[in-house]
Structures are given as C-alpha cells and as structure tokens.
Design a binder for this molecule. Structure first.
Ligand SMILES: [Fe+2]
Ligand SMILES: [Fe+2]
Length: 341
C-alpha cells in the first residue's frame, strides 16, 4: 500500500483503505477505483492524502513539460526531414516518444496551460504534430479507451501530417487564401503520408487510416476521398478533432489564434454534419472545467476572471470584471478572445 497526495492521484488507482471525511463519514470504501469525479470531490472536501494499491498507481512522468515537448519536437522534426530526404520511416523513436507523451498527458488544465506557453515558438508543422498527438491522447483518456488505443492515437497524431513535408513551403505557409490549385496541392498530403507510413509494417491499419482520413468530413466536403457519413475509423475521427482544435488555437501564417472557448464553439458548430459529435461533445463538456479562476480578455477589451461555468453552456461562462458581472450566456455579442496567464 502506498500513501500519496491527492494532487498526485490519477484516475484508475484503487483505494487501499476506506476513506473518511474529517467528520468521520465514510466517503469511499476500500477497493474503489478512482475516477475524475472522485478527484474533484476529494479536492472540494480538502482531502489531501489517500492510501492506494501500489500496482494501480500510475507514476506521473518525472520530466518537466518543456523538456518532454522539446524532445517530441526534435523527434518529429527528424522523422519528417528524413522522410523528405527519401529515408524510410523508423518507428522505434516515434513509439518511444508516444510512450513518454502517454505518461505526460493526464490533466487537461495542465496540458492546455503548458501548450499555450509552448505554442508559436517553433515551426508550425512540428509543434502542430506534437500538439495533435497530445490532444489525441487526452481525447483517448476522456473517452476511456484502453492503453493500446490511446498510444495508437498518440502515434497517429505525431504522424498525421507527415505528407506535408512534400508540399512546397510557399503553399504551406502562404499568408492569405489559397488558390484552387494550391489547395489541391495541400489536399495531397494525407495520401502521401499514408503511402509512406504503410511501407513500414510496424504502422498498423488504424494509425495508417488516421493519416489518410483525418480531413474527411461527414457532409462529404473533406478530402482525399470526400466520403460522406461520420468517419468509420475511430482513430481518424479523433485526430480530426484534435487537428481542428489545434489549428484554431494556434497562430498561423494566415489567421490569428482564438481562445479555447471560441475553439470549442467552432468545434460544436462543426459537429453538425462534419466532425464526429461523440468526440466534439467530450471536448465541449470538458471545457467547463478548464479555466474557472482564469483571467480572460473579452472581445469588448475588458479583462475579467471566469467565476462560473454552466456545464450546459460551457463556452458561455460568467466573467467578473471588477465589480461588474458579464453573463456571456445572455451577452451573446461578447466573446472570450484570450486567456491571460
Ligand atoms: Fe492534415
Ligand atoms: Fe494537421
């Protein structure tokens, strides 16, 4: 048995002893498998330590986030540049990187904060691939997938835009709208990446399909196939949502970055007929917990603090600006445009 701090407790750990409140009420019996909801209620009750079965304790990655991020970035940069030089894909380092990310990505509050700090500091294609890998792992955890599936999602995220190294930089980084010919060039990247990936027998069917199908949309407006209907490939559907989310929240050469609130609203709109609502919904629901207490910049240029999030309308919280309260549910013309760290 192991005594650990609640701040280090992870969902999936099994309680080794009955857990009592300060007024001696039984809160959770021995053997309870800890869930996210339990973690929230323990924090709310100021419970600081619990006993768990050692075998169920998932150790938090020891490495600091920037180190893990830089390492992942380095790995993505090398496999992409080597692919460009015509070298076959080597999976060993990529799979190891996924394992490291798997052990890093548990807590969305931490991940989103860290990702905001890391963004915009490096080449978009590489940071985007790392971000999509981490977001895909996070979505896999939210959907309670098994470990193998979550790791495949991470690897698929790292590899999903591999084909883009063969698209000319002037098209990839073009500020402003693409011409039809340029967009047709961009549309080639899923197939190019897929072809490269399947040459390696270690890349399984689900990962390869995520590379090929991450731009398909249910209304048939996607590419390369333009298939109608929700993506039958789970991995591709997850990577598609992670991909859209990261694109919206990153500064791109042709757009400015939007806050996670705006991103969640766009994702929600995209759910109707385009992205898979089973996956966008989990994103939308989770955003309720993201930023309570965070300082935010509103579209009317005022700075306030998020003080209440209605789970039914998570992207429209109540924001306090000094002694005023904005209920964004009612004030539809005001948006949160930036989270301030
Ligand atoms: Fe892509
Ligand atoms: Fe992408």
């Amino acid at each position: 048995m192991l005594k650990i701090k609640v701040s280090n407790l992870k969902p999936g750990a099994k309680l080794g002893k009955d857990l009592y409140s300060y007024d001696s009420q039984l809160l959770l019996p021995r053997g309870t498998v800890v869930t996210d909801e339990h973690l929230n209620s323990l924090a709310a009750r100021n419970i600081s330590e619990v006993y768990i079965n050692e075998t169920t304790a998932r150790p938090r990655s020891e490495k600091p986030f920037p180190e893990v991020y830089q390492h992942s970035l380095h790995v993505v940069r090398s496999f992409m540049l080597e692919a460009k030089l015509g070298k076959p894909l080597e999976m060993e380092e990529i799979v190891q990187t996924t394992d490291i990310l798997f052990n890093q990505v548990f807590d969305e509050n931490d991940l989103f904060r860290q990702m905001r700090l890391m963004k915009d500091k490096d080449d978009y294609l590489f940071t985007h691939s790392v971000n999509v890998a981490m977001l895909s792992i996070l979505i896999g955890r939210w959907l309670k997938c098994d470990e193998k599936t979550i790791k495949e999602l991470g690897t698929a995220g790292l590899l999903h835009d591999l084909g883009k190294v063969f698209i000319k930089d002037e098209i990839l980084n073009k500020p402003g709208k693409l011409t039809e010919d340029e967009f047709n060039e961009i549309k080639k990247h899923p197939k190019i990446g897929y072809q490269l990936a399947i040459e390696n027998p270690e890349v399984n069917y689900d990962i390869a399909n995520a590379i090929l199908l991450h731009h398909e949309r249910a209304d048939g407006s996607g590419y390369p196939m333009g298939n109608k209907g929700y993506n039958a490939h789970f991995h591709a559907a997850v990577v598609a949502v992670a991909d859209v989310y990261d694109a919206i929240t990153s500064t791109r050469s042709y757009s400015t970055r939007s806050s996670p609130y705006v991103a969640a609203e766009i994702l929600w709109q995209e759910s109707f007929g385009r992205l898979d609502p089973r996956i966008t919904k989990v994103f939308y629901d989770k955003i309720a917990n993201f930023y309570i207490g965070n300082e935010v910049l509103l579209s009317n240029n005022e700075v306030g603090v998020v003080i209440f999030v209605d789970p039914a309308q998570p992207t429209r919280p109540i924001v306090r600006v000094q002694d005023k309260f904005y209920n964004l549910l009612l004030e539809r013309n005001i948006q949160i445009i930036e989270i301030i760290d």
